[in-house]
Design a protein around this ligand. Structure first.
Ligand SMILES: [Zn+2]
Length: 275
């Protein structure tokens, strides 16, 4: 079975905040011992991903210096260049970018960027703020998905109130053709809300990044009924296991083969390549 990993990070030592560095050191010693190689040599990452059975991976920048990291979009674009399996996304900070919609258009039309990620709890804004609407309109026009970090995280300075999934309801209604992805599916105490929203809105999807896959059915007992709206992501390198291990656990869950194939490949394929 082919795999799309919808959520991996490019990380560079000098561009991460101390709590993130410490987290990686403790949680992924294998990665940590090969840090420089993965950060600077895209073929090393490509080989690792292939060894895990991954066909395509979405590579995320992170414009959130107050909480986690400042990994510029340009760095991700450069890193992914020439590696067909690495799909670059953009990160914009609505509080500091003067013209985010314009910047997004540039990234997509001239640099091959395929989507956008926002981190409301790291960047401190409510997703339904009117100031963001031109950016959503642009993403809809460009037909690219927008990922929102929706859930808790341990990084210092995070303000979780901004990623309450309810704010996405406005966006889904006002931009009916914009594909909205809830990264982490409400990790912490919003699982039910995320599940409901992804069933209620045709353009809202859940990504299960960072959730222990063996617990998926306890978070989402009716997961099988929502098989077309759930997407796999690993959060690599911010994970204690290999990607393959997580994939194997998902395959072993009591879910229909359609749901499993949808989660691991087809739902992401549709969002990324079908338009
Ligand atoms: Zn992540």
């Amino acid at each position: 079975m082919e795999i799309i990993d919808f959520h991996i990070h490019l990380v560079k030592k000098g561009l991460l905040n101390p709590t993130v560095l410490e987290f990686l050191k403790v949680n992924n010693p294998f990665f940590y011992s090969h840090f420089e190689d993965f950060s600077n040599n895209p073929p090393s990452l490509v080989n690792y991903l292939k060894s895990q059975g991954v066909k395509y991976a979405v590579v995320l920048p992170e414009y959130a210096p107050a909480t986690s990291a400042f990994i510029p979009t340009e760095l991700v674009i450069e890193y992914c260049q020439g590696e067909d399996m690495l799909i670059p996304f953009a990160s914009l900070n609505p509080n500091t970018d003067p013209e985010p919609a314009k910047k997004l258009e540039h990234y997509v039309k001239e640099c091959g960027v395929k989507g956008l990620k926002f981190l409301p709890s790291y960047q401190f804004f409510y997703p339904n703020e009117v100031a963001l609407y031109p950016t959503y309109a642009k993403a809809q026009e460009l037909n690219i998905p927008v990922i929102f970090h929706i859930g808790s995280s341990i990084f210092k300075g995070t303000r979780i109130k901004y990623c309450d999934p309810i704010y996405l309801d406005d966006i889904a209604t006002d931009f009916p053709d914009l594909k909205i992805i809830m990264a982490h599916s409400g990790r912490g105490f919003w699982y039910e809300k995320c599940f409901f929203l992804s069933r209620f809105h045709k353009n809202i999807y859940m990504d299960i990044t960072g959730l222990p896959p063996r617990n998926l059915l306890s978070y989402f007992p009716e997961l099988d009924s929502n098989g077309k709206k759930v997407i796999f992501g690993s959060d690599w390198p911010a994970m204690p296991t290999g990607i393959k291990e997580n994939v194997e656990i998902i395959k072993s869950l009591p879910l229909s083969s359609n749901t499993i194939e949808g989660i691991l490949y087809r739902n992401a394929e549709k969002i990324l390549f079908d338009g």
